[in-house]
Write a protein that binds this ligand. Structure first.
Ligand code: BTN
Length: 248
């Protein structure tokens, strides 16, 4: 329960030492009508990443999925995922890590000044609803916390490698409190995201179903879409896989 976890935010926490995927459990709870529950695990055996990718979840990480029932339209749902990224980055910064955000919602640590990075955390959001309303939304957040980056896929880093081990309970408290603040005031999400963005100002390639877009990332819109300045003018991309390119 929330009280035992010492939370100011209105979440109860369901903790598992080992679980398949906290997102699967959160979806189950959402289907049963639950709200404001955070499912937390020390280790996951079947965790899922974005775009059908695998995600590695060894013991020592922060693997958490939040069941939320917002009264928003599906068009605003991306703001929830951006809010989770901002909350995660801010909790990591509090732990001493130079966490930034790669569009849309990867929490990364910059390497050098050319837009290179290592990935610290990722977010997989799942939701259900009608065309005009969201029934439930589950941002699933994976933070490489107290794990060796060596034990993670290439290109990953961890709080341990960047700043030393963190008190995971405090980290989760901070994350949930930040997330609660942003979700209750969605207007604050995009400005906070911009402040932490690594992608803005970078040359990027975004892969999306309609084809790829290459150019300079110049801003995000009020709903979190990426604005890219291409050779042929501006393009706005609402979803896709974003890669930072070397400056030309
Ligand atoms: C990504 O591909 O970057 C997203 C990774 C999301 C991983 C988290 S860990 C908690 C939750 N449970 C899962 O199975 N996936 C998400």
């Amino acid at each position: 329960p929330a009280v035992e976890f010492g939370l100011e935010a209105p979440f109860s926490v369901e903790y598992h030492e080992t679980i398949g995927s906290t997102n699967d459990r959160a979806r189950e709870l959402a289907a049963e009508g639950a709200a404001d529950v955070a499912v937390l695990a020390d280790e996951q055996t079947g965790s899922r990443g974005r775009l059908e990718r695998e995600w590695s979840s060894p013991s020592g990480g922060v693997w958490v999925s939040i069941v939320s029932r917002p009264t928003i339209t599906p068009a605003r749902a991306p703001l929830y995922t951006l809010a989770a990224a901002v909350a995660t980055a801010r909790a990591a910064r509090e732990a001493g890590v130079d966490a930034r955000i790669k569009w849309p919602n990867d929490v990364v640590v910059p390497v050098g000044d050319d837009g290179d990075y290592r990935k610290l955390a990722g977010i997989l959001t799942e939701m259900e609803g009608e065309t005009d309303r969201v029934d439930w939304i589950v941002p699933g957040i994976g933070v490489n916390a107290n794990v060796d980056a060596d034990a993670l896929p290439e290109g990953a880093t961890s709080v341990r490698d960047e700043a030393g081990d963190v008190d995971r309970r405090r980290f989760v408290q901070r994350l949930l409190e930040e997330f609660d603040g942003y979700r209750s005031d969605l207007e604050t999400v995009v400005p906070a995201w911009r402040d932490l963005a690594l992608t803005l100002g970078q040359r990027v390639r975004v892969d999306r179903p309609a084809g790829e877009v290459v150019g300079e990332a110049v801003d995000i819109t009020d709903s979190g879409a990426l604005v890219i300045e291409t050779d042929d003018g501006q393009e706005t991309v609402s979803a896709g896989d974003c890669e930072h390119l070397r400056p030309v």
